[in-house]
Design a protein around this ligand. Structure first.
Ligand SMILES: Nc1ncnc2c1ncn2[C@@H]1O[C@H](COP(=O)(O)OP(=O)(O)OP(=O)(O)O)[C@@H](O)[C@H]1O
Ligand SMILES: O=P(O)(O)OC[C@@H](O)[C@H]1O[C@@H](O)[C@@H](O)[C@@H](O)[C@@H]1O
Length: 479
């Protein structure tokens, strides 16, 4: 069931790295050459590249199997030590190759300012026997996984052979494959479910710009033609654009309040996406969740890991202050907040309606709805949609007033508006666990019931309170 218990296992396959930070302070230029003199302060090592994806997924609560290539050197041991801080990462699938160094990126920092980066890496493809060991390891790991992530930094692990083996094994098990690409074209990823290029990777693969949302969607569509799956473009300060093969497009604006260091935000987003999908959420919900996680990552210095607690705190804080609980939020915020609640194990109940003149029948059904789960989200018809449904004299109260009243009820956690004639689209975007309607409906008549059930949720029908309705109140008031 969505949002319950330990998530995964997620297989993260790709280029693992060591990110080493040498931090000190600079107050003078060397007399020997025009270079800064760093007074050494501290050193730290954190997982980088695919290992950073694994650390982020584990910090968000997933079980992770990490497949990658290390050297047989002290850096490999340091990487394993750093990863050991994250319970839930299985390191037994790391393949050691004595002929290569463990990829290491050393950043020399004066405070928060990076002065120089020193890379230790060999980019020649691994020898045949190493590739064979990788393929065998990938196939074994895939047998235990519910989502596969290919974290490609073009350092040699994700050769055509290894990509092909991973995708074939995943397809045989109907397990989704998400790829963070580095190749100039995406043809090698044919059969993957989703590829997540950043702006540069998208431009390199398609030659197309992504300056506007419309351009991003067109470029994503062109990228999709190269491998046949969905495309999520991570567009730095412009947020994310999802293009799906069914033609649906979702643009999610960046949420970051403070931006300190964007490096590794793509790894965090990728990990959050995989965790959310492994929890049973829709791709749309998972994109909102990933975007919220990336917003936390860019507020941290260096290669950063975002924990479930940090993400939950950020999601709660994204509900406007002073209005909690029951705040009226826009759809993108609602999706991110709901995905966060679900990742923390909460069952989210959804119901919808006009709630024009609120009466005891409304209150009873909302209280009963809230008892069906842990959090209650109410989708409120906008004024124009109420007019279409109930005629030009309605609503009596405008949407802001109706949202204020419903949001003030103790049992309501979030209010969101919807404009469409049915709530199908908003239910699909928000991905609740329980869909509540009045018992005047039959279960098979409930719009969105199929969507909720398809992802492990349920429909609950609640008995109506007889003799109570807004229309009756309006008629009575008119005399
Ligand atoms: N400057 C920024 N302001 C706000 N949000 C940002 C910014 N940069 C990145 N983000 C968030 O992080 C997500 C991923 O960033 P980006 O598109 O730069 O990925 P990336 O290049 O793959 O990252 P990396 O390779 O450093 O891991 C974006 O979609 C956005 O949500
Ligand atoms: O691709 P090149 O630059 O050679 O190596 C990757 C680095 O730039 C960094 O990338 C970030 O996303 C992170 O994965 C971080 O851990 C990693 O060190």
């Amino acid at each position: 069931m969505a949002g319950k218990g330990a998530v995964g296992p997620i297989a993260v396959i790709g280029d693992v790295m060591v990110d080493r930070y040498i931090v000190g302070s600079v107050s003078r230029i060397s007399p020997e050459a025009p270079v800064p003199v760093l007074v050494h302060g501290a050193e730290r090592i954190v997982p980088g590249g695919a290992a950073n994806v694994a650390a982020n997924a584990a910090a968000l609560g997933a079980q992770v199997i990490l497949v990658g290539l290390t050297g047989a050197d002290p850096e490999a041991e340091a990487l394993k030590d750093a990863l050991a801080a994250y319970p839930g990462i299985d390191l037994s699938s790391l393949v050691a190759d004595g002929g290569r160094p463990t990829i290491t990126k050393t950043r020399v920092m004066s405070g928060r300012q990076q002065i120089v980066r020193i890379d230790a890496e060999i980019l020649t493809p691994p020898a045949e026997d190493t590739v064979a060991r990788l393929v065998a390891t990938v196939e074994e790991a895939l047998g235990r996984s519910s989502v596969v992530v290919l974290s490609d930094y073009a350092k040699g692990v994700l050769s055509d052979v290894v990509i092909g083996a991973a995708i074939a094994a995943a397809q045989a098990k109907s397990v989704p494959v998400i790829v963070d690409p580095k190749r100039r074209t995406f043809e090698a990823y044919r059969g993957a479910t989703l590829v997540t290029p950043n702006r540069l990777e998208l431009a390199a693969a398609t030659g197309l710009p992504d300056t506007t949302d419309a351009e991003a969607a067109l470029a994503a569509e062109a990228a999709s033609r190269q491998f046949g799956g969905d495309v999520l473009v991570t567009r730095a300060e412009k947020g994310m654009t999802l293009w799906r093969r069914n033609g649906q497009v979702l643009h999610v604006p960046a949420q970051a309040r403070e931006v300190f260091d964007v490096s590794g935000a793509g790894d965090t987003a990728l990990a959050a996406l995989a965790v959310s999908l492994a929890s049973g959420h829709t791709l749309e919900t998972s994109v909102h969740f990933a975007n919220a996680a990336a917003a936390v990552a860019v507020g941290k210095i260096g290669t950063a890991v975002v924990t479930r607690a940090e993400l939950n705190a950020a999601l709660d804080a994204s509900v406007p202050e002073g209005a909690q609980p029951g705040a009226l939020v826009d759809r993108a915020r609602a999706a991110a907040v709901i995905a966060g609640w679900q990742a923390a194990g909460a069952r989210v109940v959804f119901t919808n309606g006009c709630f024009d003149l609120v009466h005891p029948g409304h209150v009873s059904i909302l209280e009963a709805a809230a008892r069906e789960g842990d959090r209650l989200v109410v989708a409120l018809n906008t004024d124009t949609s109420v007019q279409r449904l109930k005629g030009p004299t309605r609503p009596v109260q405008d949407e802001a007033a109706r949202a204020r009243v419903i949001g003030a009820l103790r049992c309501v956690d979030l209010v969101v508006l919807f404009e469409e004639d049915t709530p199908l689209e908003i239910i699909t975007t928000l991905g609740p666990d329980v869909l509540v309607k009045g018992a005047d409906y039959r279960e098979d008549e409930v719009v969105g019931g199929d969507v909720v059930k398809a992802r492990g949720g349920r429909v609950a029908l609640i008995p109506l309170v007889e003799g109570r309705s807004t229309s009756a109140l309006v008629a009575k008031a008119k005399g």
